[in-house]
Design a protein around this ligand. Structure first.
Ligand SMILES: NC(=O)c1ccc[n+]([C@@H]2O[C@H](COP(=O)([O-])OP(=O)(O)OC[C@H]3O[C@@H](n4cnc5c(N)ncnc54)[C@H](OP(=O)(O)O)[C@@H]3O)[C@@H](O)[C@H]2O)c1
Length: 330
C-alpha cells in the first residue's frame, strides 16, 4: 500500500521558513554576543577604592531582591548567575534579610559554587526583620537574629552589614559597630532607596558614621547627586547604588526601546545600553559599586562587561545624560 504523501500547506511552509529564519537570526545574535563578550573579557578590569581602607573592588556587582525562590531548577539558575559573576571577576553581591529566602539561597549557592571567598558580601538588617510574630512586643534579641543571618548565608563573616531602614539606624548602628570590632563585619552603614530618607540619612553621613551608604541612583533618578553623593565623597564613605536601571519595571532600559546605541559608546567599550548606564553610574567620583539586579546569566554577563575597559570622563557623562534625556523625553 502506498502511503499518502503529506504535502505541507503554503502557510505551513512559510511559517516553517520564518521559524528557521528566526532560529538563524537568534543563533547569529548569540554568536555576535559571544564574540563581543570574548573581546570585552580581554580588556583591563576596572576597580574602585573603598575610601576607609583603600581596598579595591570591581564596580559592578549583583542585586538579589528577586532571589527568594524554592524550586531546585530556579535555585540552580541563580547559583549559575552567582558563579557567572565571580568567573568574570565580579564580586559584590547585595542581599537582605528582607528579601524572603534570598540570604538562604545565596548561602547555599556560595557553598555549592565554592566561591564565598571571591564574593564581597553585602547584607542588611532592620528592626522589623527581627520582630517575631506574636511576641507580644517582647524585646528582640538582635544579636541572635544577626547570628541567624550568618547561618543562612553559611559564612562567619559578612563584608558589609547595612541597616535597611534609616529610621532604625540610631538604634542599630552602634550594635553593628560593636560587631564590626569583633571582626564579624568589615564595614557597616545604612541603606535607602527613597529620596524621602535623604534628610534623615544626612546626619549619619555628616558625622562620618558610615563606612558604606547604599542609595538609589540611576540615569533616570539623579537626586542622590545633590546632597548624598557629595557628602559621601567628603566623608570618605563608600557608595553602592541600588535600582541602577530604575527597579523591577526596568524603566531606564525599557525607555530606550529600539533606539540604537550611540556610536560614542564604543569609546568607553560599551556594547549595550545596560553597560553604558552602569558605567555612567560607576564613573561618578563618589560611587564605589553598582548592583544591577538580575536572575539571568545572559544579563549578568552583559552587566559584567561594564567592569572592563575605558570609563566615561565628565564630558562623556554629560553626553550620556543628553542622550538619555533625548530618548526618554525628559
Ligand atoms: N533599600 C534598599 O536597600 C534597596 C532597595 C531596592 C533594591 N535594592 C538592591 O538593589 C538591587 C537592584 O535593584 P533592582 O533589582 O530592584 O532593580 P534594577 O537593578 O534597577 O533593575 C532590575 C531589572 O533589570 C533587569 N536587567 C538586569 N540586567 C539587565 C540587562 N543587562 N539587560 C536587560 N535587563 C536587565 C532585570 O531583569 P532580569 O532578571 O530579567 O535580568 C530586572 O527586571 C536589588 O536587587 C537589591 O539588591 C536595595
Amino acid at each position: 500500500m502506498t502511503r499518502p504523501v503529506h504535502k505541507p500547506s503554503r502557510r505551513a511552509a512559510i511559517k516553517a521558513g520564518l521559524a528557521a529564519g528566526a532560529g538563524l537570526a537568534i543563533s547569529n545574535r548569540l554568536e555576535l554576543f559571544a564574540e563581543e563578550v570574548a573581546r570585552q573579557q580581554e580588556l583591563p578590569l576596572v576597580t574602585t577604592v573603598i575610601p576607609r581602607t583603600g581596598e579595591r573592588i570591581p564596580p559592578v556587582g549583583l542585586g538579589t531582591n528577586r532571589y527568594s525562590v524554592n524550586a531546585p531548577a530556579d535555585i540552580e539558575n541563580l547559583c549559575n548567575v552567582l558563579k557567572t559573576l565571580t568567573d568574570r571577576d565580579g564580586s559584590v553581591v547585595d542581599t537582605a534579610r528582607g528579601y524572603g529566602r534570598a540570604e538562604e539561597v545565596i548561602g547555599g549557592c556560595m557553598t555549592e559554587n565554592g566561591n564565598r571567598d571571591e564574593i564581597f558580601l553585602v547584607t542588611k538588617y532592620t528592626e522589623s526583620n527581627g520582630r517575631r510574630r506574636g511576641s507580644g512586643g517582647a524585646p528582640v534579641d538582635h544579636m541572635a537574629q544577626i547570628e541567624l543571618a550568618f547561618e543562612r548565608l553559611q559564612t562567619d563573616m559578612v563584608d558589609v552589614m547595612l541597616v535597611h531602614e534609616v529610621g532604625d539606624a540610631a538604634n542599630l548602628l552602634p550594635m553593628l559597630q560593636e560587631l564590626k570590632a569583633t571582626g564579624r563585619f568589615r564595614y557597616v552603614g545604612v541603606s535607602t532607596s527613597s529620596d524621602r530618607d535623604y534628610r534623615d540619612m544626612a546626619p549619619f553621613l555628616s558625622r562620618g558614621e558610615l563606612d558604606f551608604l547604599q542609595v538609589d541612583y540611576s540615569i533616570g533618578n539623579r537626586s542622590a547627586e545633590e546632597r548624598m553623593l557629595p557628602l559621601a565623597l567628603e566623608q570618605g564613605t563608600a557608595v553602592v547604588c541600588n535600582l541602577p536601571f530604575g527597579g523591577r519595571r526596568n524603566s531606564v532600559l525599557s525607555e530606550m526601546g529600539d533606539a540604537p546605541l550611540p556610536g560614542y559608546a564604543a569609546e568607553v567599550d560599551c556594547t549595550s545600553w545596560a553597560q553604558l548606564y552602569l558605567k555612567y553610574l560607576a564613573s561618578h567620583p563618589a560611587v564605589t559599586a553598582v548592583i544591577p539586579g538580575t536572575t539571568k546569566v545572559e544579563h549578568a554577563i552583559d552587566n559584567n562587561g561594564a567592569t572592563r575597559g575605558r570609563m566615561p570622563d565628565a564630558a562623556m557623562r554629560a553626553r550620556i545624560e543628553s542622550t538619555y534625556a533625548e530618548i526618554a523625553g525628559v
